[in-house]
Write a protein that binds this ligand. Structure first.
Ligand SMILES: CC(C)(COP(=O)(O)OP(=O)(O)OC[C@H]1O[C@@H](n2cnc3c(N)ncnc32)[C@H](O)[C@@H]1OP(=O)(O)O)[C@@H](O)C(=O)NCCC(=O)NCCS
Length: 264
């Protein structure tokens, strides 16, 4: 499908999210989301843009100062954040090295030039496509995790993926619930060897909080992306009326948690 139509489709899908008041600019290149500007109902204008080596300092600040220790530990995707980078320069090298590969995409969510969220979709040319997201502490619970994860889902649709998954620690309720709300379901319990250090940290936290160490597991949650849904079909009937239609659909299609039916 032509890039223009893909961008228009993406614009309508994002515009239909309950958290989004309007989508103002969008740029898609080779099926990769490069840039989106939108008005989030909770915090106003935000941009989403493709990660660049020049973002290393801002991303390192986001990671080391914008996140407290627990979310930092919970968000550990290789190769950028596992093991934790110790400087912006190290992060810049990791981004530059990763840029040589062509099976991933990562976006910054930016408000007033500050990174407030980060999400990625990696190994999308393999069977093991994985996503991960994180939101800056002071912007939690404003619907931004849901927004960012939906952007990743739309990115996966642009790439014609049928399915992808996320790895979550079982008692990370915020992440489990968020992914359920987006249409993910638990599919596996995974060997936790690569998360051993994280599990040890979380058990230490339990004890420091005065309790017993919680028994936790590393779980995989997956989302299946259907082909053309009823909603997609109605989007393509009349392009010129897209913006109005998508707002009407948003009103009519909120599920139990305000999510959009038929898109997962
Ligand atoms: C998981 C995370 C991304 C959620 O971000 P957020 O912006 O606060 O989430 P949202 O405000 O969009 O919430 C969306 C849904 O998630 C769930 N949720 C979010 N925070 C929650 C919490 N503290 N407890 C239970 N459910 C929660 C709810 O179902 C919520 O929907 P609702 O508002 O209709 O109840 C954020 O907590 C985070 O960055 N955590 C650390 C990193 C991490 O664990 N990443 C995921 C691993 S890949």
């Amino acid at each position: 499908m032509a890039t223009f139509h893909r961008a228009e489709e993406l614009k309508r899908a994002l515009g239909a999210l309950p958290q989004v008041a309007s989508v103002d600019e969008i740029k898609v290149e080779n099926d990769i989301i490069k840039h989106v500007t939108l008005e989030a109902e909770s915090i106003g204008k935000v941009t989403v843009h493709q990660l660049d080596v020049n973002d290393a300092a801002g991303l390192f600040d986001f990671y080391s100062h914008g996140l407290s220790e627990k979310p930092r530990r919970q968000f550990a995707p290789y190769p950028l954040f596992h093991t934790p980078p110790v400087s912006a320069d190290e992060l810049a090298c990791r981004i530059a090295d990763w840029k040589r590969e062509n099976d991933w995409t990562a976006v910054n969510l930016v408000k007033d030039r500050r990174i407030i969220g980060f999400g990625l979709l990696k190994r999308f040319k393999s069977e093991q496509v994985t996503s991960a997201i994180v939101i800056r502490d002071e912007f939690l619970k404003k619907g931004l995790g849901y927004l960012l994860q939906n952007i990743i889902i739309e990115q996966a649709r642009l790439l014609n993926l049928k399915m992808f998954h996320v790895k979550v620690v079982s008692d990370n309720l915020a992440s489990v619930r968020l992914h359920e709300k987006c249409g993910f379901r638990q599919t596996k319990v995974l060997p936790s060897a690569i998360y051993e250090e994280i599990f040890k940290y979380l058990s230490d936290c339990d004890r420091m909080d005065g309790g017993e160490a919680v028994e936790r597991q590393l779980i995989e949650m997956a989302i299946e992306l259907g082909s053309t849904t009823e909603m997609d079909k109605s989007f393509s009937i009349d392009d010129s009326a897209g913006a109005t239609d998508s707002k009407m659909m948003k009103k009519n299609s909120r599920g139990k948690h305000g999510s959009i039916k038929n898109r997962t």
